[in-house]
Design a protein around this ligand. Sequence first.
Ligand code: SDX
Length: 431
Amino acid sequence: MPEPTKTATLTFDNKSIELPMHSPSVGPDAVDIRKLYASGDIFTYDPGFTSTASCRSTITYIDGDKGELLYRGYPIEQLADKSSYLECCFLLLYGELPTADQMKEFTTRVTRHTMLHEQVHYFFRGFRRDAHPMATMVGVVGAMSAFYHDSLDINDPWQREVAAIRMIAKMPTIAAMAYKYSIGQPFVYPRNDLNYAENFLHMCFSVPAEPYRVDPVLAKAMDRIFTLHADHEQNASTSTVRLAGSSGANPFACIAAGIACLWGPAHGGANQACLEMLREIGTVDRIPEFIARAKDKDDPFRLMGFGHRVYKNFDPRAKVMKESADEVLDLLGIHDNETLKVAKELEKIALEDAYFVEKKLYPNVDFYSGIILEAMGFPTSMFTPIFALSRTVGWVSQWKEMIADTDQKIGRPRQLYVGAPKRDYVDITKR
Ligand code: SDX
């Protein structure tokens, strides 16, 4: 890290502490508080980390006020329009867009890792058929550390690389197997003649009883959804992967932790919750009732797919997703989709409402994605698994960066203790 360019002075209790400040390539400066406790015997307090940089990173940049998202400096709109998910995987992992030869070699490497150890099929059979696919994915990905012993040593760069490729390559297979298992259909093996998105659709929707043709337009829409979800700075699940990785845990265990965190409805689970909310609203005339509930402090209901910790403007991914929804539904000949109608009207009404305007609440990546995925034939339970498989490249890229960062050490936050001061034990006969 370059030498600090300026200092911040913290004054309290007749003390004055000079703290170095770091300037980023773009975005806010950061006050380096690493020596604060040692020099001032005080902590900072930031539950939810609203003002805390947990690391330095070169991977993804978000400008919440502008509604800007960059993967290694490239705007998400350009990547969604011109690139592919696998090319974005190369970009996120290695920092630059690949040459044609590099892309060919990378694609071959990923393609050749898409199959799972055959024993894992038996692992799936231990689950109930009605298990949520996210429960299955957490379990299976965590169990990968019981199968791939030659890529567990995080101190070996080659093993880190193999683990990263294995995760990116195998997550679609695992997600598709979780889906097939939940509907009682046989697992479908990956095919090396299909591209990444085509292969996923094939493994989800083909059956042995008849040939299955992947619709190239749906595959492109699927690929774009993967790209839009690939990485997003230090979100909750990525921070979970980094924290798990900081203890030296193996990569599969770290990714399983990330999947578990993503599942929450405040995070990646919002795409499922949003579609269920749109279905519950049902028709445009019921929107005011739900807007009122979202604004009611005494009602825990929130508009799912709305709001964001960082974006205080439109989530650029939601804009691309909204355009894609129109395209996919049109292609599928779905013209009067009531859910899309409710979503568009809900967005319009909310964005004209003072509550949402003042709190800068806009649709996020989860607002439209479920409409596309449902139109493509996925059940709502598969929405978050698709988010998880898309985000795997972000998780492994950030995990690799964390391990290589000389600044990093095991994550161990402190606390503001507000519990009982020291006191002596009281015998039960005296209580
Ligand atoms: C993702 O971090 C990432 O980058 C995540 C993600 C990624 O790619 O990894 O972008 C993916 O998780 C997108 C977010 C998906 N979640 C949802 O759509 C669930 C609904 N949204 C929220 O629960 C909420 O907006 C969060 C969790 C997304 C953000 O919450 P924050 O940043 O902690 O904000 P907050 O809860 O402090 O809200 C600020 C105010 C509050 O009102 P006050 O207490 O100030 O009066 O806005 C209100 C909230 O009550 N508010 C909402 C709201 N979201 C926030 N009110 C109604 N509906 C909502 N959706």
